[in-house]
Write a protein that binds this ligand. Structure first.
Ligand code: GCO
Ligand code: MG
Length: 424
């Protein structure tokens, strides 16, 4: 039976006649630019001229997603009804034979995010109002303090606290290793994808496990306990090593210990849980609710860190959050510089609306990035506000974007002192 205001249309893409599209999509453009770092952005334009943006950036694999979108997804979007957000998600995910994985889920995310942006603009409302409205006054974010040594780390923590941050992630160089992932040259704008061919970092689990409790202990000793302190392990430990680290950090009262073990070793979290009460976060490389299922159902983690851009967009991220809420697991969305302002805005609209928001990662984008993606979100008092503009509140300056062409850039790899490969 036709919906109110709609009549069967023979023009619908593929298959039998359908209900006439309310807001047909007319154009799908993939924009690749590099204002300080690489970004892939999908722009959908409807017949009535409304545009929506979606982030499609997959760090170090940008062109794979751009091709997936251009060659396989965009042709199926033309003529499709932009108001059918859930159906489009199901079409791209459930309709597809090859499922999940970062390339596919990032492409689906871009489409989904752009459709929410369009919906907000049609309604004249910011996306968070469409998601149920505010559940909180603002989105608490954490910044990235890091130093080559403890003295530099302490200076950086001081800088973040002076800037009003209520939560700080602390990373420190490991003595005897020439570089450590998470410790950057430029302290405010951290960019890990630093070379066309991956840089090789050196790794020693023994040295790392000795360095971290001392460094984080020094942070608490100097600045006290009135702010949230976080640490990212970057998937580098075995379960028993992570258990030991978690236990040795209990006196530091961490907000979380992030990614203690490689993402594919989810059973390992059971062992970690048996040994430490340090809260655990993971999920930045997980791409679907099915990847998080065991971790959430067994309450093996306290925070799920999937992101809008890498886990299927607002529609799917909202589903993950709702599932996690059932188990009292809160969210802590990934928000490094490789997640574009479009993704950050989408995350903020979701963060402010869902009941089980925990914290939002916030690595400031460079000035060039902010200029290419003018946005309405703002930082004040340790929180981000998504802004009240209709949709996501982010645009892209095409002319400026064209002045920053794509440059190959990769994340580093990690070798042990004996030259063998270690986990990322
Ligand atoms: C984080 C991360 C980043 C990622 C980077 C990969 O918690 O912010 O671990 O540093 O490694 O975003 O693309
Ligand atoms: Mg991380």
């Amino acid at each position: 039976m036709p919906e109110a205001g709609g009549a069967p249309s023979p023009e619908a893409p593929g298959g039998p006649p359908r209900i006439e599209a309310v807001e047909p999509i007319e154009r799908a453009e993939v924009i690749v630019c590099s204002p300080g770092r690489n970004f892939v952005t999908l722009r959908l334009t409807t017949r009535s001229g409304i545009t929506g943006l979606g982030d499609a950036t997959l760090n170090g694999r940008e062109l794979a997603v751009a091709a997936y979108l251009r060659d396989h997804v965009a042709p199926t979007l033309i003529g499709r009804d932009a108001t059918r957000i859930e159906d489009t998600w199901q079409y791209l995910y459930r309709g597809g034979y090859w499922r999940r994985g970062p390339v596919t889920m990032t492409a689906i995310a871009a489409v989904d995010t752009a459709l929410w942006d369009i919906l907000g603009k049609r309604a004249g409302l910011p996306v968070h109002e469409l998601l149920g409205g505010r559940s909180r006054d603002g989105v608490t974010v954490y910044g990235h303090a890091n130093g080559e040594d403890v003295a530099e780390l302490l200076d950086q923590v001081a800088t973040y606290l002076e800037r009003g941050y209520r939560a700080v992630r602390a990373q420190v160089g490991v003595p005897g290793l020439r570089s450590t992932y998470g410790v950057s040259r430029d302290k405010l704008f951290y960019e890990p994808a630093d070379a066309a061919i991956p840089t090789e970092n050196l790794w020693s689990t023994e040295r790392y496990l000795r360095a971290i409790p001392a460094a984080l202990g020094a942070v608490r000793e100097r600045f006290g306990f009135e702010f949230a302190l976080l640490h990212d392990v970057h998937h580098r430990l075995s379960p028993i090593e992570a258990a030991r680290l978690g236990r040795s950090l209990e006196a530091c009262d961490l907000f979380w210990m992030e990614d203690p073990v490689p993402a594919e070793l989810q059973e390992g979290y059971r062992l970690i849980r048996q040994h430490t009460t340090t809260p655990i976060a993971t999920g930045e490389v997980l791409t679907s609710i099915w990847d998080c299922r065991t971790l959430i159902e067994e309450q093996l983690i306290d925070y799920i860190r999937t992101s809008v851009v890498h886990a299927g967009g607002i529609t799917h991220q909202r589903r993950i959050a709702a599932f996690a809420d059932t188990y009292r697991v809160r969210t802590g969305s990934h928000g490094a510089t490789d997640l574009s302002p479009v993704c950050l805005a989408a995350a903020l609209h979701l963060d402010i609306a869902i009941p089980n928001f925990g914290i939002q990662e916030y690595m400031r984008h460079s000035e060039e990035t902010d200029a290419v993606f003018p946005h309405s979100y703002r930082f004040a008092d340790g929180m981000l506000q998504p802004g009240a503009d209709p949709g996501l509140g982010v645009t892209i300056d095409d002319g400026l974007a064209a002045r920053f062409p794509y440059r190959p850039a990769s994340l580093p790899v990690n070798r042990r002192l004996d030259g063998s490969m270690h986990d990322w």
